[in-house]
Design a protein around this ligand. Sequence first.
Ligand code: NDP
Ligand SMILES: O=C(O)C1=NCCCC1
Length: 335
Amino acid sequence: MTRIDFDALVALLRRIFVAHGASAAVAEILARNCAGAERDGAASHGLFRIDGYVSTLQSGWVDPRAVPVVEDVGAAFVRVDAANGFTQPALAAATPRALAKVREAGCCVVAIRRSHHFAALWPDVEPFAEQGLVALALVNSMAVVVPHGGSRPVYGTNPMGFAAPRADGGILVFDQASSAMAHGDVQIARREGHALPPGTGVDADGRPTTDPAAVLDGGALLAFGGHKGSGIAMMIEIMAAALTGGQFSFEVDWSAHPGAQTPCTGQCLILIDPARGGTLAGFTARVERLIAQMHAAGQDRLPGDRRFATRAQTLREGIPISAERLARLEELALG
Ligand SMILES: NC(=O)C1=CN([C@@H]2O[C@H](COP(=O)(O)OP(=O)(O)OC[C@H]3O[C@@H](n4cnc5c(N)ncnc54)[C@H](OP(=O)(O)O)[C@@H]3O)[C@@H](O)[C@H]2O)C=CC1
Ligand SMILES: O=C(O)C1=NCCCC1
């Protein structure tokens, strides 16, 4: 195992994306996003995803040079056609207008369609919380989750990311799939030969299984928390796809593009200026009061704590990477 500096990793990933057809602007955004996930120790959405990005780019399924079209729809709504490109450049294109609207109207919905999201959600919400806003991002993916009581997959692993400002200038963030496990983690479990916890998925005959291969090859995942998580997955389909005009998870069809892995769906981002409920200082003081109660009740780890600690360590010491993986990335950067 060796270590790589964050900026060096961004530069290497940028070369990979450019070598596989991405514009300089798209390559920069995806490289920072993916390197940031690896820096934060997000096993399922960091370098693990690079082979999937590359085979998707080679399949012609996504346009890595897409120019998003941003449209104003009233005082507090921005509609974005990602033009079959990645979600993150579409969000970057919409951000200046969304920020202007949230400052003016107190809130803003950003509805992105025809977009491919293959990453963690916290990078989509953190920058807004760092500017004193509350942000909630909802994304649907591909049909691998059975609705509660059902027998075939309809929902994606549909993640939600939430961030809010804190009193010390820091932020509180959670980011999670609505499935019992992210699909990426099931793939990692198969690769590493680990069983899944009971309640994660079913096999091709709908029987509960702890075998990741049985879930991935014809089986399906369950929502987290039974009918409650299933309701959240349903809400995310409605917010990320019905509201935006993106595809539902069950509509994603890769059959004409063998090797494609990124789901072409939608994302809904809701931004709120908490100062509209009083003052920003008043809001963050209430957040701190809640956190103090959580700690007093015995919760010593907040969501985001592990990531922020990993980030601080890897920025200091470098990001751990195996020699094989580094060699593979260098090879991919050659195109
Ligand atoms: N693009 C897409 O379509 C999809 C993306 N994803 C991404 O996959 C990633 C992983 O998702 P998932 O596996 O569900 O996330 P996890 O279950 O690993 O973590 C979910 C959240 O809970 C926090 N957390 C974890 N353990 C504890 C604990 N013991 N106490 C308090 N908080 C805790 C985490 O904080 P911390 O981060 O600090 O550990 C995180 O904010 C996410 O980034 C998600 O966006 C998932 C599905 C689809
Ligand atoms: O891990 C997951 O679940 C997913 N991640 C990226 C997009 C597809 C689903």
